[in-house]
Design a protein around this ligand. Sequence first.
Ligand SMILES: Cc1ncc(COP(=O)(O)O)c(C=O)c1O
Length: 409
Amino acid sequence: MGPDFFGEIDPPQRLLMGPGPVNAHPRVLRAMSADLLGQFDPEMTTYMNEVMALYRPIFDTQNQWTFLIDGTSRAAIEASLISLVTPGDSVLVVDFGRFGLLLREIVERIGGVVVTVSAEWGEVVPLEAIAAAARQHEPRVIACVHGDTSTTMAQPLDGIGALAQEVGAFFYVDATATLSGMPLPTDALGVDIMTAGLQKCLGGPSGSAPITISDRAAEAIFARRHVEKGLRRDDLANSHGARIGSNYFDLAMIMDYWSDKRLNHHTEATSMLYAARECARVALAEGLEQRFARHALAGQAVTAGLRAMGLTVFGDDAHRMTNVTGVYIPDGIDDLCVRRRMREDFEIEIGTSFGPLVGKIWRIGAMGYNARKHKVLLTLGALEACLRAEGLVLPAGAGVDAALAVYHA
Ligand SMILES: Cc1ncc(COP(=O)(O)O)c(C=O)c1O
């Protein structure tokens, strides 16, 4: 077996129009191929500081503690929850889909006591229900997903921050799927920790998770500082709070690493940091308002196109994410056959969902680099052809025409 047995990596040019990951912006891929640096090289620490500066406007925050967790989006979710929650603390989880269930699961593993306010998949949780549960249980943390890609719903966040203040809780938001695609003003919403990933609206690869942390949350986390034995230093005194139950996800050490103290916690994922930096530069150069509008327009075009094809869009119209749209798989149509035709004939990926929605809906994403007119039109045209090939009778061209009309309105 020679060294070339498997050949060079040469993936097909697939258009990723599912719920994420999406195709990365070419500038991001180029940035990732830049040469590596040692993590305490002054050029590298300058890049780290630039990343902090670039993500403050992305999160619309003044938070000093705005940086990256090395890992996929759930790395930042887990780091946030394990650094805030000690075993026995109660956490109120706003649950309206698979990723609300993930929050519950993570809190349970930490030993937190989960209280849940739930909605049916396809709906969001009313603020009154969250308020009633928060006032009754006075949790340490209120944890909520913003856009839950499993159901394509976006939970309204207005009022939850004030509620958290009222009951003395920290407010955590998982914005993996919506950051830089839908408005998420961290400070105005009263969010204490917000986390994300690159592989959705930020238009990068998965593997780096932006995070922002309020001063009051940072203070509570530093109250649990226990620096790893081999790294102890006089200027980083340990605190009396309970030691954080993970080394890798210990936000106190990670903040010391991103601060000018440069605690040598982990080896920075340099190429991912380059990617995250370029994602933010691309987003800010476009302008966040323009970016939100581009995602909203793509979402409207997808929705109009699907409806014009005679398909039924999934979920509560009033609370739909702009960047991922769910649509019922028509009766008698085989999910896998259609997705295989999409992939094999058109090089386009769309997704189904999870749990009660697996095989019942498809999810079509138009986000980041892919929230563009021609990609939306190609996807709708391809879906129509695949459905027709599977025997569904459809009005010819209606989906593409309706989407075009949205773009030309
Ligand atoms: C809302 C939400 N949260 C969390 C995740 C988990 O992200 P990752 O797979 O990057 O860990 C996803 C992934 O799709 C998501 O959509």
